[in-house]
Design a protein around this ligand. Structure first.
Ligand code: NDP
Length: 280
């Protein structure tokens, strides 16, 4: 049974979900359909992944009641102007085939683009909640100063901050800033895109528990209180990554895994302070 976390807007989110980055659009309906069969009820997609339509088809084909599912998407980097936020949100809803989205995130703050204005983008996302078609508004890749600024200038605190976090990049600075504001943390690339799975310390803890490295790492995230959505194209790995709630790590094991942190060197993704990618 996957636990839920109550967000600062009083809504609930399943702590474990399924990630869809790099799942090819033409395979997405099948792969997400398999994840739903395995038991996942929370799916994380994004406009820039190009696979929202496949997610929507998997949901429609699953027959699972809408209220049992939790669906997240994210604003593309070239859609930060408020009019584009509204238009692209409508397009996301059409692709997903949904009436209401559970969570919509600003994918990146892009502080070096749009004259540094991610505040009006944030405001436009929060307006979608007032319109009733979005349940919860959040951000992604927000550094402490980005969070401080949107909260100071709009008074609206995001419900979540989705940031890179895994044993080689524990990202405690952004996690602590999020917590300070009452923002739940979602850890993206929870397996470091596979980078942490051959670690000797993790292998040792895995052997002690008779579990896989992936399960140990995901359980570490769960016990840190973060929300995770590992991605896999393989059904047996989807099932493995879903079986996390019948064992636990000791506080010493949690600390030992946290101490694998390599700081900035451990990132597998870009630094949000300088990332300025715009889709074609
Ligand atoms: P993950 O950390 O989830 O790792 C995925 C990789 O690990 C894949 O290569 C997968 O291979 C492999 N893998 C998965 N499970 C296992 C297992 N049990 N044993 C061995 N290998 C395994 O990386 P992601 O980058 O996909 O992160 C997860 C999700 O986070 C994304 O899918 C996306 O939804 C979100 N995300 C958000 C970002 C943001 O900017 N907001 C940025 C990046 C990700 P295979 O598929 O072949 O099984």
């Amino acid at each position: 049974m996957v636990p839920t976390i109550t967000l600062n807007d009083k809504t609930q989110i399943p702590q474990l979900g399924f990630g869809t980055y790099l799942i090819p659009p033409e395979q997405t309906a099948d792969i997400v359909g398999q994840a739903l069969q395995v038991g996942y009820r929370h799916v994380d997609t994004a406009q820039m992944y190009g696979n929202e339509e496949g997610v929507g088809r998997a949901i429609a084909a699953s027959g699972i009641p809408r209220e049992e599912l939790y669906v997240t998407s994210k604003l593309a980097n070239d859609k930060h102007r408020p009019d584009d936020v509204r238009r692209s949100f409508d397009e996301t809803m059409a692709r997903l085939g949904l009436e209401r989205l559970d969570l919509f995130l600003m994918h990146w703050p892009l502080p070096t683009l749009y004259d540094g204005d991610y505040v009006s983008t944030w405001k436009a996302i929060t307006d979608l909640v007032a319109d009733g078609r979005l349940r919860t508004a959040g951000v992604s890749n927000f550094q402490p100063d980005h969070l401080d600024r949107i909260v100071a200038e709009t008074g609206v605190v995001p419900a979540v901050n989705q940031i890179e976090a895994h044993p080689y990049f524990t990202n405690d600075t952004a996690r602590e800033a999020s917590r300070r504001h009452g923002v739940a943390v979602e850890a993206w690339s929870p397996l470091g895109q596979g980078a942490v799975l051959n670690d000797a310390k993790i292998a040792e803890i895995a052997a002690d528990h008779g579990r896989s490295a992936s399960q140990i790492v995901l359980r570490w995230h769960i016990q840190r209180g973060d929300i995770v959505f590992p991605k896999s194209m393989r059904r047996e790995r989807m099932a493995e990554n879903f079986a996390l709630f019948d064992f636990s790590l000791t506080p010493q094991e949690v600390d030992a895994i946290s101490s694998l942190d390599k700081g900035e060197r451990g990132r597998v993704g870009p630094n949000p302070d300088t990332f300025d990618y715009l889709p074609d």
